[in-house]
Design a protein around this ligand. Sequence first.
Ligand SMILES: Cc1ncc(COP(=O)(O)O)c(C=O)c1O
Length: 298
Amino acid sequence: MPEIAYVDGEFMELSEARVSVEDRGFQFGDGVYEVVRCYRGTPFALEEHLGRLERSAAGIELPLPEDARRLGELAVEALHRSGISESVLYMQVTRGWAPRNHAFPETVKPTLVITVRPAKPAPPDRTVLGVPVITVPDERWLRCDIKSTDLLPNVIAKEKARRAGALEAIMIRDGAYVTEGASTNVFAVKDGTIHTAPEGPRILSGITRSIVLRLAREKGMSIVEDFFTPGFLAGADEVFITSTTLEVVPCVKVDGRPVGDGKPGPVARALASAYSAEVARRIGQPPQAEVRGLMPHG
Ligand SMILES: Cc1ncc(COP(=O)(O)O)c(C=O)c1O
């Protein structure tokens, strides 16, 4: 099955896709993007992702080259052309190409790129075993609600995690409070209450985050959307992270120290399961609990 790209009006194999070296995405990270997980050939939460793309673009005064409805059609066409069933759909819009100059070009012709690639299968026992994470300083700008392609601090944070043998780097702003992961939102559970940073300029408002919070509310779980300290994180009964591609992942070690009893806790596991069922419900397929490693062994 071919990996597909769409660049400014044309579909092609991903390996053939090119943009100019003068593209402002390349020169300045002057663009916005979305990542959508597709299950069995169907994009999950596409509308929510397109809504966020519109907000991100508006946040940097970037006119989208197509409206959300047309972007959705192009995304679905890319998916169909690729024929890949379990895939990751990537959409990026930059402020186009122009001779290098920081200020916006006088006439902007945004560059639109869409790609479809196979989703990397998660280790089947990830939800059962949990993952280690580390903490790092949050060195990003103060418009983290904009899903900008300018990801250098996130890239560096993720590389620190990789070198430490951890899956994610949880970012701490000003040494004082937890914001989010390099590419995930972060949740800490204490005495049965779920804590997570509030929406606003200091985090990316995750699509998975909002779905998981809704599922938690439906289960009657108590939720506090407020910042919490690194100390609170270290003393949490459970920690978990969410994202489009990772879904819901329990974290069992923070900076080498066990979280709670060092095993995925009941809240994270219940929400991982509920998320999986929500995907199945929206995609219209039965839950694949065994495949996703959500069933307890024995
Ligand atoms: C910084 C950051 N926070 C949170 C998320 C999770 O967002 P979503 O659930 O929409 O994938 C991402 C996703 O890439 C991210 O980059």
